[in-house]
Design a protein around this ligand. Structure first.
Ligand SMILES: [Zn+2]
Length: 249
C-alpha cells in the first residue's frame, strides 16, 4: 500500500513522505516502522532498494494480524454493538434518525462515500441497525450513524468508471474502533474511517483481500446535519414514506 500511519505521530503519510523524513535510515533499516492505518501493526517498506518495483508499505509476511489489508489474512469482525435492548429509547432514536433521513442519505451517497447508495439499500441498512440494536445505544450520536452503517454494510457496489472505480467498496474503521461505543468515548486521536476499493473477482461473487487495489481515508464530517437539506428525488421520498408507514414508525 502507498499510505501508512506515521511511526510516532497520528498522521498518515505516503511512501515518498516516509522516505524523505527518514531518508538514509530507511536504507540502513534503522528507521522506525510506519504502522498499518487499519490494524496498527508494524509495516515494512518493500522495494526501497529496488530499481524495478516502486517502494510500498507491506505487512510482515506470515503476519497473523486480522486486517483487511493483509493479502491472505482474515477479516476483522464487523463493528460490534454491545448493548441491552431498550425499546423506548430505540424508538425515539430511530425516529430522530428518520426525522433527518435526507441528510443521512445525502451523506452516504456522496462521491467520497458510497455513490451507489440508493433508497432500497439505505432502508435496508436502517433495518440492519434495528436488528443490531444500534438504536438502543444511550446518547447515540446520530451524525455517526451513516458511517457506522457503511461499516456494517459489507461489500457495496462500486462505481464502474467513476474516479478510481472498482467493482466493490467496503468501509473499515481503524483498530481503535471495534465497537460502536468506541466512537462515543474520548479519543486521544480522532477515529479514522477508510474506504477500500476492490476489483471484480473472476471466480467468486464477492472480492477477497487479494482484490483490494486502493484505500482512501474518509473524513468524518459531523457538521453535515447543520447544512441545508440535500436534494432527494420525489420517488425516493415516496419510497421512504411507504417504508416508514409500513414499519410502524
Ligand atoms: Zn493492517
Amino acid at each position: 500500500m502507498n499510505i501508512a500511519l506515521h511511526p510516532i505521530e497520528s498522521r498518515m503519510m505516503t511512501v515518498q513522505e516516509y522516505l524523505s523524513e527518514f531518508g538514509v535510515a530507511v536504507f540502513g533499516e534503522r528507521a522506525p516502522h510506519a504502522r498499518c492505518p487499519l490494524c496498527h501493526e508494524v509495516l515494512l517498506l518493500i522495494g526501497a532498494n529496488s530499481m524495478r518495483i516502486p517502494p510500498r508499505f507491506s505487512h510482515r509476511t506470515r503476519t497473523r494480524a486480522r486486517c483487511p489489508l493483509v493479502r491472505y489474512g482474515e477479516l476483522p469482525d464487523d463493528i460490534a454493538v454491545t448493548v441491552t435492548a431498550q425499546p423506548t429509547l430505540a424508538r425515539l432514536q430511530r425516529a430522530a434518525y428518520f426525522a433527518r433521513w435526507q441528510w443521512h442519505y445525502g451523506l452516504m451517497r456522496d462521491a467520497a462515500l458510497a455513490p451507489s447508495m440508493n433508497i432500497t439499500r439505505f432502508l435496508a441498512l436502517a433495518e440492519l441497525a434495528t436488528q443490531r440494536q444500534l438504536w438502543s445505544i444511550p446518547a447515540l450520536n446520530l451524525a455517526y450513524v451513516p458511517y457506522i452503517l457503511l461499516a456494517m454494510a459489507g461489500y457495496l457496489p462500486g462505481e464502474r468508471g467513476y474516479r478510481r472505480g472498482g467493482s466493490s467498496v467496503r468501509f473499515w474503521f481503524d483498530a481503535t474502533v471495534r465497537d460502536v461505543a468506541d466512537l462515543h468515548r474520548k479519543h486521544e486521536h480522532a477515529p479514522r474511517l477508510f474506504r477500500a476499493h476492490y476489483a471484480r473477482p473472476r471466480m467468486s461473487r464477492f472480492p477477497m483481500q487479494t482484490h483490494l487495489f486502493q484505500l482512501d481515508e474518509v473524513r468524518l464530517d459531523p457538521g453535515y446535519l447543520d447544512r441545508p437539506m440535500p436534494l432527494v428525488s420525489a420517488a425516493d421520498v415516496q419510497d421512504c414514506w411507504d417504508w416508514m408507514s409500513g414499519s410502524g414508525t
